[in-house]
Design a protein around this ligand. Sequence first.
Ligand code: ADP
Ligand code: ZN
Length: 709
Amino acid sequence: MLKLLKTHFGFDQFRPLQEEIIRCLLGKRDVLALMPTGGGKSLCYQLPALMLPGLTLVISPLISLMKDQVDALKANGISAAFINSSLSRGEIAAIQKDALQGKTKILYAAPERLSLSEFQAFLQKVKVSLIAIDESHCISEWGHDFRPDYLNLKTLREIFPETPVMALTATATEQVREDIVQQLGLDRGKTFISSFNRPNLSYTVLPKKDSYGQLLEILREHRDDSAIIYCLSRKDTENLAADLRTEGFKALPYHAGLESEERRINQEKFIRDEVQIIAATIAFGMGIDKPDVRLVIHYHLPKSVEGYYQETGRAGRDGIPSRCILFYSSADAGKQQFFIKQIEDDLERKNAFRKLDQMVEYCELATCRRHYLLSYFGEDYREESCGGCDICLSPLVEFDATIISQKIMSAVIRTGQRFGMNYVLDVLLGSKNKYIFERSHHQLSVYGIVDDFSKDDLRRITGQLLSRNLLEKSGDEFPVLALTESGMSFLKERQEIRLPRPGSTARLAAPEAADDEYDRALFEKLRLRRKQLADAQGLPPFVVFGDLALRQMALYLPQSEENFARISGVGEQKLKQYGKVFMEIIETYAQENNLPEKTIPVKRSDRSRRVKREGSTYQETKILLLRKMSLEDMAAARGLVIGTILTHIEKLAAAGEDLDIGYLRPPAEKFARITAAFQQSGGTALIPVKEMLGEEFSFEELRIARLFL
Ligand code: ADP
Ligand code: ZN
């Protein structure tokens, strides 16, 4: 199995559960596989397909994806085909003929095919050894994506009672899971559930202040990377894409209201790396399988944690560090509440409120975001720090919150434990809200007694009191605050409490910079060549080689077939087809720059080890810092760009490393001007400050100064 894995897919190791699932299928048992997006589900049927006689039939609802999947298999030297409504009768007949002659190993078909008698007759004649059902949650009416066509799948069981079935999905609650098992008759099979943690994704929530400026800054940092920006409305996507184009970005909108042809073209351009940014409504995503999306930004508040997890899941399928960033303001939550109030169905409305409330909770967390996401899906994540969310990455500054907590809790009591957070905070802040006056709450001793915290801050502190079980919330639509027993004793016994300072955590979680030492200039050359080769064959670039493969090439500079074959994603077919072309580029570059070829470790570390290994790249930078080298010299010594060195320094500082970087500090006069500009901007974003200061200051100087500030 390992040999086939390397020969056909170019990988050295299985990902978690892949091997177990494959063994189960080869033992003729059914499988239900629940793995997150990017977990490597497809390989679980593609590899056994090569080992089994006959055909593997794959049912997939996404016609737009079939071609890409088949192209990717062919590029790996595996005979695959698809049948769907985009093909002519003649084409379909030819594909079926090939399959009947045993020339095809993997055949993709859409579920609606199964109801056609012609197709059924074809299936009766062909030898099917394995059936894979992609997006299998579509069979459940409980799921969010029910497709009646999926009910046809039951007939497969009748036609092929002996053939093992593998059902795949990335989303399934327990109810949906049971439904899949029952509907597909998988009761004798085995269910595999992998962790939903995506270690290569980092999560950040940014306050929605100057969000456009912040967005530009982030996008500039990710110049050539693919990014999806989710917006609330169709209009927003169009406006944002247009604005970004005037800033010099390649950006297009995507939403359900576009002509289907325009939608197709925009999607195609994104997949082919002709456009880096798609501003989309949540309609975008189901039909794309681009492995190298580095950035998923939510420009508005998602409606539920499930939805958010799904959308962010589209980042970094290839395992390379990628960022998920959400812009949040409590006003956004208010806007959505307004819409939810219009829902007429009682149950549905309550549900929507509850889901939104959870989403708000996520945004206002003062504890690990990954932990929250995973426990939302019932997973117990125990790492002290996830190392990849803004909360875990920023040093927590605590403050004595005893008095403010007492004030909040007293206000809850004085108003009779009958009101929601918003109202209670309004009372504390002395709001002129007429309901407060109608109820004479302006005469309470707690009215207007807070003037040292903003409402957003108070919201976060109250969130902390809730998560520490001093306060509790009840009711869905209009959750009411009340004191718990421990809250009562907290007040009575005059206990003290320390909480994270609100606002101290709004930092951008940088992606874990694994394999960061690769040569950027060479990578660009390889990337360009990849695009040319892909265009010539009408393929998406990632089908030729993934980013990970290119990064490894630019790191190890392989110049012999033997070494080149060790790159992740290089199997026999790709070695034969592309090896020479890429090695030529590498060789020329290595000679021009006098760089040595490096040995590629045969067993590559898995994802989690890779993250840990990273300490070393920072430690190397730290050693250079100890020698008091200039930024330029450090960059040259390490073969990195200055920006990366700065990122290392920022990370080291954030991790609380004791650094002596005083020698890098800009001269006093400049430093004073930068300080003033940051103060005026009221944030930590670079762009607004750069705009104030102009050409005289470099981004590097600003970043350095920011560290001291
Ligand atoms: P899913 O269908 O679960 O979203 P895919 O099957 O598309 O995930 O796989 C995601 C990515 O992981 C693909 O780029 C695939 O080539 C890669 N991959 C799958 N298995 C392995 C493996 N054993 N080693 C390295 N990469 C793998
Ligand atoms: Zn975390």
